[in-house]
Ligand binder design. Structure first.
Ligand SMILES: *Cc1c(COP(=O)(O)O)cnc(C)c1O
Length: 419
């Protein structure tokens, strides 16, 4: 999907200056757009009251972006020690943080319990025994297996590594209760990039039904349900936008019915990443080579290190060329990695691109830079923030070769082993 007209209008007149000042490639994020999306999300749930978004840090782990989330009252969903540390350095404490790890290690449990701790969201029943001190508040991640269908990116729930099986859930809460937990939450995350609002309403319904069953059997009550992230954005032109208001209205209705039956409702948590920031980022890259063989290749100065999604999932990212219109020729837009998946677009109609042209690769505000890697010794680019006051701020410098070689600086350590 072309980025919003507003972002385009904010960026276009400044683009050449920004590119000249900072040099390409870079991701640039739109503070105004991020705030608008956050405010719309809050507004959609305002009548419900007990709503909170926990921004999925892995989508765009940059402190300046997380500060914007904080200023809107959001918490953080973390799933690694680095994400916990980043959130805590910004002052997030205790219940501002959900820790939704998978295949959790001892080191991760220790980090989660540090300081004021966080909301622990356990991914398996076997982990209960591995929590050193059972916190007062505990949450489990539920996997409904054959009861629900997933979608392409995250896969079929039966094959998914996440969460507890249906049959384990009751035991898990009973054990946690017996080990001292007093406050409870229930979490699931079944889809990724899902634009069908009905699916999220069904998920809320499913969790609330489980809450009723578990409460009735164990005599515990639930403080919250967390319906996960996974809200979709339109990457391709013409794709429909997720109707957040109608989704919220549907969810609120499900909660109202729960209230009628039970006399109370749990809070509602969500942990969106992509929906919050995806459309508010652009990878800006320059054309550096044009190659004509069996196809026409436009070589740019960014590569998979800045954006893996096309190579990894065959994902579509819209591309425009600054100052040019139309689709006069069909090209592959490629990076410099010695890996044939390193293509931002395959057989895409674009205006005729010449060396020096600036290409805008859209929707890189989530799971883009963060997913980048150093294969082939390729470095990740810098990140910029287009602030609401019109100024531009460097919010992460580009990786350097010194960064790359740093892991080769260490004390020699050679051992002799006897067979
Ligand atoms: C990745 C992830 C998210 C965010 O997913 P989006 O598709 O970006 O909304 C949320 N919660 C958990 C547990 C995740 O692993």
């Amino acid at each position: 999907m072309p980025i919003s007209d507003e972002f385009e209008n904010r960026l276009s007149p400044r683009l050449r200056d920004i590119a000249a000042h900072y040099g390409t490639p870079f991701h640039i994020y739109d503070e105004t757009g991020i705030r608008q999306t956050g405010e719309e999300l809050k507004e959609a749930f305002r009548s419900f009251g007990g709503f909170r978004e926990y921004y999925a840090v892995k989508a765009l782990p940059n402190p300046r972006i997380l500060q914007i989330m904080q200023s809107m009252g959001f918490g953080f969903d973390c799933s690694s020690i680095a994400e916990l540390q980043m959130s805590r350095r910004l002052g997030a404490r205790g219940e501002d943080i959900m820790f939704t790890s998978t295949n959790t290690s001892k080191a991760e449990f220790d980090a989660a319990a540090d300081g004021d701790g966080c909301v622990l969201n356990l991914d398996d029943i076997s982990l209960i025994a591995k929590v050193a001190v059972m916190p007062e508040l505990i949450c489990f991640r539920y996997n409904p297996g054959p009861r629900r269908t997933g979608n392409d990116i995250i896969g079929n729930p039966v094959e998914s590594k996440y969460g507890l099986a249906h049959e384990q859930l009751m035991d898990a809460y009973r054990t946690a209760r017996d080990r001292g937990a007093r406050r409870f939450g229930l979490h699931t995350m079944l889809v990724s990039n899902e634009r069908d609002q009905a699916y999220m309403v069904e998920t809320a319904q499913m969790l609330l039904e489980l809450v009723e069953q578990i409460s009735a059997e164990l005599g515990i009550s639930f403080e919250f349900i967390n319906i996960g992230g996974g809200l979709g954005i339109p990457y391709e032109p013409g794709e429909e936008i997720l109707d957040i208001r109608s989704m919220a209205a549907g969810i609120i209705e499900v909660f109202d019915k729960f209230r009628e039956r039970n006399g109370y409702v749990p809070r509602l948590y969500m942990e969106s990443g992509r929906y919050m920031t995806g459309p508010h980022g652009i990878l800006v890259t320059s054309a550096i080579n044009r190659k004509e063989t069996y196809r026409t290749y436009i070589g740019v100065d960014a590569c998979m290190s800045a954006l893996m999604r096309p190579g990894m999932y065959g994902a579509y990212h819209h591309i425009t060329v600054a100052g040019k219109q139309g689709g006069q020729e069909t090209v592959d837009v490629v990076g410099s990695l010695c890996e044939n998946n390193d293509k931002f677009a395959i057989q895409r109609p674009l205006p005729v691109v010449e060396d020096g042209d600036i290409l805008l690769i859209h929707d890189t505000g989530a799971h883009a830079q963060a997913m980048g890697f150093n294969y082939n010794g390729k470095l990740r680019p810098k990140e910029l923030l287009l602030r609401s006051d019109g100024t531009v701020e460097l919010i992460r410098r580009a990786e350097t070769l010194d960064d790359y070689f740093r892991t080769l600086e260490f004390e020699p350590d050679v051992m002799r082993t006897e067979p």
